[in-house]
Design a protein. Structure first.
Length: 210
């Protein structure tokens, strides 16, 4: 990758103007630290950020020799989820699943187990190709490296040939509740609202690591 232009500075959406080129990346590709990318015009360059960062639609990477490259979200396979959106969003969030909130539907990445859960809850779920720009969280931009590993481990627990009720969290790994989500219920009881939710079963024969 020697000799290629290098981008080490990231400008967040709304804080810059004048990009001459753009790079189109899907949700997974927008989570990076050091990577070779190619703009729509064919320019190869290297992203070399100080830490692994989640790029957002509308951000721009500044090339060391001058110039900006705008970040655009690529269309990718997603699920459009319609129904009682507030209730469905609660269950999606309880799975730590990235979710984009739109006026008429929710967008999530395709996942057969999550789809089964949502349809069980009465959702109308359809496949689509759309740019996916999920909510970034209340405390800053996007994802963290630890959360991505947790989400990957979560996904590896699922299989399209497994019934949804077989899913359980291993509570020593990548599942943390914030201060407002204390976990003091007796271990004979489930989470609130989980009685009708076959996709979330805690294994309470092991200790929680909160």
């Amino acid at each position: 990758m020697s000799g290629l232009p290098v981008a080490q500075v990231l400008h967040r959406a709304g804080s810059w103007s004048g990009a001459a080129q753009s790079v189109v990346l899907d949700y997974e590709a927008r989570f990076l630290r050091r990577k070779r990318l190619v703009t729509e015009a064919g320019l190869s360059f290297v992203v070399d950020l100080a830490q692994t960062t989640s790029l957002d639609e509308g951000d721009a990477l500044e090339l060391a020799g001058g110039g900006l490259v705008a970040v655009r979200a690529a269309e990718e396979p997603v699920l459009e989820v319609r129904g009682p959106l507030a209730r469905l969003a609660w269950h999606i969030g309880n799975r730590h699943t990235p979710c984009q909130l739109l006026d008429d539907c929710l967008l999530i990445q395709r996942d057969p187990v999550i789809r089964h859960m949502l349809e069980h809850l009465g959702a109308d779920v359809t496949e689509a190709m759309r740019a996916f720009t999920p909510e970034g969280g209340a405390y800053g931009h996007g994802r963290t490296h630890a959360h991505e590993h947790g989400h990957t481990a979560h996904a590896q627990d699922h299989g399209s040939d497994k019934p949804a009720q077989d899913h359980g969290h291993a509570h020593g790994q990548a599942h943390r509740h914030g201060p407002a989500q204390s976990h003091d219920h007796p271990h004979g009881q489930g989470h609130a609202e989980e009685g009708d939710d076959p996709a979330h079963r805690h294994r309470h024969d092991t200790d929680h690591a909160h």
